[in-house]
Write a protein that binds this ligand. Structure first.
Ligand code: FES
Ligand SMILES: [Fe+2]
Length: 391
């Protein structure tokens, strides 16, 4: 898990101005809330007074709002934190009185886009941050987006990303993909090349997938020409994967998995499906249902993978040319390692939540002091060893 990228926090439709929502990302608790004007904020969830959860259970009853004057109210002693994470009121010393300079929590930059609230979880200044992925076709004429689908899965996010980069699993995991009975005499995965994603921060590949003609009962408007289709995609940062399925040369689906790493074995996937075919809204439901059913087939396999995390060395697996895309993704993870952005999970696991809580450092830590909660431990420039030359 890495700091210094944009992470999905919650769907726009799931955050109201009435109550905050607590979420765990990168092993730490965060709280999201909206101002009266609708501006979303994301803060570290641990109150610096005596450790209550800002987004946690609330006993005061409905007559006492949880968000007052665009501040979130701590449910324990009522301290009020604004969207910048600064405490504005400490009731025990009297409302409106001076507040201790240490009474602040981390506040993360937020962007609301594609129906999702994203937070930049890290301390890089604005000009050094990897940008949020740009989806060029979003809200463009001729394209339609499904409602963002949320998938909760019990495995590590890197395993999920790698699965989306794997052209060798379809015939085995998805009965509706490719040839149902594999032709042992001719079957093989076609060769493909990997390159860098045009937006940077990741890799890209396209692969010619041998598939039977589409079933006209399911795909009423669509015909494939040759029984082959091009599919592939790439990664962006550690936690976003893009899949293009070109049913026809310029028509098909573009799918975006914005992944929220919760812990070492839990991930919440925000799945945005774009299409420039079957634009009629009557297809929304069936496409949604189909995406869910296919995701379930992957989930069943991925929940049983060992080890839970991706191995630190590629020599701990037997990788094939069809795994080139996975290797290319791991090379990008190496770059993030080299930048010093990887969370030291061993250290984190050993201490966090015992006699110490950690927070993801926010950009304000670069120019102000007096932070009560310690920044999450990072690995100092780790590099994977023995990367395969397959790509
Ligand atoms: S613990 Fe939050 S106000 Fe006391
Ligand atoms: Fe799959």
């Amino acid at each position: 898990m890495f700091i210094n990228f944009w992470y999905p926090i919650i769907r726009s439709e799931d955050l109201s101005t009435k109550s905050p929502e607590k979420v765990m990302v990168l092993g730490t608790n965060l709280v999201a809330f909206r101002s009266q004007a609708g501006q979303a904020h994301v803060l570290s969830d641990t109150c610096v007074h005596r450790g209550a959860s800002l987004g946690g259970p609330w006993s005061a009853g409905e007559h006492t709002p949880r968000i007052v004057n665009d501040c979130i109210v701590c449910p324990y002693h009522g301290w009020e934190f604004d969207g910048e994470g600064h405490c504005q009121n400490i009731p025990s010393v009297g409302y409106g009185n001076k507040v201790n300079a240490r009474a602040k929590v981390d506040s993360y930059p937020v962007q609301e886009k594609y129906g999702i609230i994203f937070a930049f979880l890290g301390d890089l200044p604005a000009e050094e941050r990897p940008p949020l992925l740009d989806i060029e076709e979003y809200e463009q004429e001729g394209w339609r987006a499904n409602q963002v689908l949320v998938l909760d899965v019990d495995y590590y996010y890197e395993r999920s990303i790698e699965n989306a980069l794997d052209p060798a699993h379809n015939e085995f995991v998805h009965p509706s993909h490719g040839f149902t009975a594999i032709n042992r005499d001719t079957y093989r995965v076609n060769d493909y090349k990997t390159e860098d994603n045009q937006q940077g921060w990741g890799m890209w590949f396209m692969h010619k997938f041998n598939a039977p003609p589409l079933n006209p009962k399911v795909w009423e408007e669509i015909r494939t020409e040759s029984g082959a289709l091009w599919a592939g995609g790439g990664t962006y940062g550690p936690n976003t994967v893009i899949t293009h399925i070109n049913i026809q040369p310029t028509a098909g689906f573009r799918q975006y998995f914005f992944e929220q790493p919760i812990s070492e074995n839990k991930t919440r996937i925000f799945f945005l499906n774009m299409r420039n075919i079957m634009l009629n809204t009557k297809h929304d439901g069936p496409i949604h249902a189909r995406n869910k059913a296919i995701a379930k087939q992957d989930i069943d396999i991925l929940e049983a993978l060992h080890p839970t995390l991706t191995p630190i060395s590629n020599t701990k697996e037997v990788l094939m040319p069809a795994d080139k895309a996975v290797i290319a993704y791991r090379k990008w993870l190496n770059k993030f390692d080299e930048a010093g952005w990887r969370i030291n999970l061993k250290e984190f696991r050993r201490i966090h939540g015992k006699d110490k809580a950690f927070a993801i450092p926010c950009p304000a830590r670069k120019n102000s002091k007096n932070w009560v909660i310690e920044a999450i431990p990072l690995v100092k420039k780790r590099t994977r060893n023995k990367l395969s030359k397959a790509s």
